[in-house]
Structures are given as structure tokens and as C-alpha cells.
Ligand binder design. Structure first.
Ligand code: ZN
Length: 110
């Protein structure tokens, strides 16, 4: 399976400031992540299985089921966050610190 991991992360970096200001709870982060990833139209990540099925959202807002292949996936499936139990909020914060630190170093070097 191939996923657009780098694209997802890049677009998240661009929105990092907004993220820190607006995302207070883990669910805020999840909703934000879903919007970044799918732009409100959740798609089945199992694209090796060619179909155009409908995707149903679970009540928890974190999981989805594809009506075509019946597979259940979460907002994390196929992303860098797939195999971690660390909350998104911590990841976002860590990435924010990492990117702002990088920028600072670049500025000092010039
Ligand atoms: Zn599917």
C-alpha cells in the first residue's frame, strides 16, 4: 500500500500555527487531521482494492467503514500515526517545536 504520507505532513506543517491556537482537545485534533487528510470527504485508504464505495462514519468520529470492501479504518490508517498510541495533540506539538526550531537555526546561520 502506498499513501501520501509526506503530503499530509507537509500540509499539516503549513497549518501549524492555526493548529496550536485552535485545537484544544484531542477530538479537535482528530477532526482537524481528518479535514487535512480528506478535505471532509473521507475515502477508503485501501486503494489497492479498486472501488468507489461509500464510507460510513462511526459514532466516535474516529473510525470509518468502507461499504465496498467492508474494511474498517481510522483517521490514522496509512499515516505516520498509524502504529502509535500517542495522542495527536502531542504529535502536533512536537512537530511544531521541531519546525520552529529549524526555522530559528536557519535564521541564525544567515
Ligand atoms: Zn474500501
Amino acid at each position: 500500500m502506498t499513501f501520501e504520507k509526506h503530503l499530509i505532513v507537509k500540509s499539516m506543517f503549513n497549518s501549524m500555527l492555526l493548529l496550536i491556537e485552535k485545537l484544544q482537545t484531542e477530538m479537535d485534533c482528530i477532526n482537524f487531521f481528518i479535514k487535512q487528510r480528506w478535505n471532509d470527504k473521507v475515502e477508503c485508504p485501501y486503494k489497492d482494492f479498486k472501488h468507489k464505495g461509500k464510507v460510513y462514519e462511526f459514532k466516535d468520529g474516529k473510525r470509518f467503514q468502507c461499504s465496498c470492501c467492508d474494511r474498517i479504518f481510522s483517521y490514522k490508517t496509512g499515516t505516520l500515526f498509524e502504529n502509535t498510541k500517542i495522542p495527536l495533540k502531542k504529535w502536533f506539538l512536537a512537530m511544531y517545536i521541531h519546525t520552529s526550531h529549524k526555522k530559528k537555526n536557519k535564521f541564525n546561520a544567515s
